[in-house]
Design a protein around this ligand. Structure first.
Ligand SMILES: NC(=O)c1ccc[n+]([C@@H]2O[C@H](COP(=O)([O-])OP(=O)(O)OC[C@H]3O[C@@H](n4cnc5c(N)ncnc54)[C@H](O)[C@@H]3O)[C@@H](O)[C@H]2O)c1
Ligand SMILES: O=C(O)CC[C@@H](O)C(=O)O
Length: 528
């Protein structure tokens, strides 16, 4: 088997390259390239490991013809076009916890730096001045810290601030009362937070809702003398308004690790503003955090490329390395059933349901559903896979339902896929033989037992003597060898199904001949 190839395109701890090699990947570390150079190179790689410098744009993804996975050593993935990666079937992962403590500590460091004006005091002292009377600070003890965003980093900041004897209030629409109590913070709305906080620190992603969350109006309406820290994302604060508020004294200090445009222009309006301090997006820059995220991203990417394990993916359901081997035969079965229904059902199909019972009902259903959709959506596109299938299905307005049955059926495990057609529901079902061999057990209400593999011929016919011989003779005369022969019927003399595996593909001429055979109702060439 050829080794998966991985490109590390941003500066990353060398442990990442070591892990990739140890896990059986070929790895190249090529950093600092232009977008054009990356576009010229990316087609050779199965995996791409990045930090924030590499921009994974539509153009990069279009050139990435072999790419299966992108891993961000860090949290924010605003440098990756995730919708387009999803449409292209590329998994996008991040490492959501590796740098949280480090970033929270940076926010606390900036809060102290603001409270005691450390950067200015340092600069003036080293410039030969002794400005002892010019730097009157404020204590943090008993002050109120307002958190905007109380997720991983926000909650670590809260615990550190509580240790400093601050009172912590938080605004986060997704924070439950129970979690707020557990964190030791008071949940408030944004206006209350801004009217009460002495210090505000932001810890949300940049989204349509959070962009400009500290707008001019909110900054001007906040408690006078508030101090603001942003170690999350540029774009959360109106930078021009912040400058005006620093100049007027409405805001007593601001510390930014992140800017709307990075790096900011040399003449950025905030540079030189009173009580303004900044760092160049250093939130995650500690040795510990960089080792953590590099190890994690390499483990996750290698696990996906080598074993199919999915961890911390943003556009596909997770699948642990332990689950992956157990789920693999179920996903193979699910994909074949989806593909069979997709090849057989006619017309505009708007609803698909995926039922699991027995052992299949006990498993993580998301990857099984994604596998059914990957098989099914192949009727529309041959570039479909488990990543982009759910997106393509949504785009086409396909309604997907997942049903998990507690009941014990005739099979130890069963997956049934049903589509609604103009003629009513049509369903196929399958099981695993010996726990790992996918087998079809029912097709459109008729029991049958067949392996779905390679080229196949599907025929619906009247159950009459001599029919099988006529089909065998036709295929023999056409030089097509039959591999397996599978039969099922609704009742004796009623509708019957014939499913043959063939050693080669059927030609249109043979299909046309088969359609003329007496008793034939439907003929369809299938491929798996
Ligand atoms: N400066 C750096 O180097 C650095 C390092 C790591 C992370 N970050 C950034 O820090 C931010 C937070 O990271 P995290 O790991 O805590 O993320 P997280 O997902 O754990 O937490 C984000 C929180 O924001 C909340 N939120 C979402 N929309 C909101 C809204 N409209 N108003 C208020 N809260 C809202 C969410 O409910 C969630 O609790 C991210 O933007 C991340 O990219 C920056
Ligand atoms: O990689 C970095 O230095 C920044 C990381 C940070 O912004 C993140 O979102 O994880």
């Amino acid at each position: 088997m050829t080794k998966p190839r991985v490109l590390i395109s941003d500066k990353m701890d060398p442990n990442a390259a070591r892990i990739f090699e140890e896990r059986g990947c070929d790895v190249d570390v090529i950093t600092g390239e232009t977008p054009e150079q990356l576009i010229a190179r990316i087609g050779d790689y199965d995996g791409l490991a990045i930090r924030s410098s590499t921009k994974v744009t539509k153009a990069v993804l279009d050139a990435a013809t072999n790419l299966k996975v992108i891993g961000r050593a860090g949290i924010g993935v605003d440098n990756v076009d995730i919708p387009y990666a999803s449409a292209k079937g590329v998994v996008v992962m991040n490492t959501p916890f590796g740098n949280s403590i480090t970033t929270a500590e940076h926010a606390i460091a900036l809060m102290f730096a603001l409270a005691r004006q450390i950067p200015d005091a340092n600069a003036q002292t080293q410039a030969g001045l002794w400005p002892k009377s010019g730097f009157m600070g404020v204590e943090l003890t008993n002050k109120t810290l307002g958190l905007i965003g109380a997720g991983n980093i926000g909650s670590i900041v809260a615990s550190r601030a509580l240790g400093l004897r601050m009172k912590v209030i938080a605004y986060d629409p997704f924070l439950t009362e129970d979690r707020a109590v557990e964190m030791g913070v008071e949940k408030v709305d944004l206006d209350t937070l801004l009217s009460r906080a002495d210090f505000v620190t932001l810890h949300t992603p940049l989204t349509d809702e959070t962009r400009n969350i500290l707008s001019r109006e909110r900054l001007e309406g906040a408690k006078k003398g508030i101090r603001i820290i942003n170690c999350a994302r540029g774009g959360l604060i109106d930078e021009a308004a912040l400058k005006d508020c620093l100049e007027s004294g409405q805001v007593a200090g601001a510390a930014l690790d992140v800017f709307e445009t990075e790096p900011p222009a040399k003449d950025h309006p905030l540079f030189g503003a009173p009580n303004f301090i900044c760092t160049p997006h250093l939130g995650a820059s500690t040795t510990e955090a960089q080792v953590n995220v590099a190890l994690q991203v390499a483990e996750q990417l290698a696990d996906y490329l080598v074993n199919g394990g999915v961890t911390n993916a943003l556009n596909v359901p997770s699948l642990s390395a332990e689950e992956a081997p157990k789920l693999r035969p179920y996903m193979a079965l699910a994909e074949k059933l989806g593909s069979l229904v997709g090849q057989l059902a006619h017309g505009n199909l708007t609803h698909i349901s995926i039922e699991r019972e027995g052992a299949a009902a006990e498993l993580n259903g998301k990857p099984i559903t994604a596998a059914v959709l990957a098989g099914f959506m192949r009727r529309y596109s041959d570039t479909v896979n488990m990543v982009n299938a759910p997106f393509l299905a949504k785009e086409r307005g396909l309604d997907v339902s997942e049903i998990r049955h507690e009941r014990e059926g005739a099979f130890n495990t069963l997956i049934r896929v049903t589509v609604e057609t103009a003629q009513g529901p049509r369903s196929v079902a399958g099981t695993l033989f010996g726990n790992d061999a996918p087998r079809l057990v029912e097709i459109f209400g008729i029991g049958i037992e067949a392996e779905l593999a390679g080229h196949m011929l599907y025929i619906v016919n009247d159950d009459k003597p001599g029919f099988i011989g006529r089909i065998g003779t036709l295929l023999g005369a056409s030089g097509i060898n039959i591999g397996t022969f599978n039969l099922g019927r609704r009742e004796a003399g009623g509708e019957a199904v014939l499913l043959l595996s063939l050693d080669e593909a059927l030609t249109p001429e043979v299909i046309a001949e088969a359609e003329k055979v007496e008793g034939v109702k439907t003929v369809k060439a299938l491929a798996f």
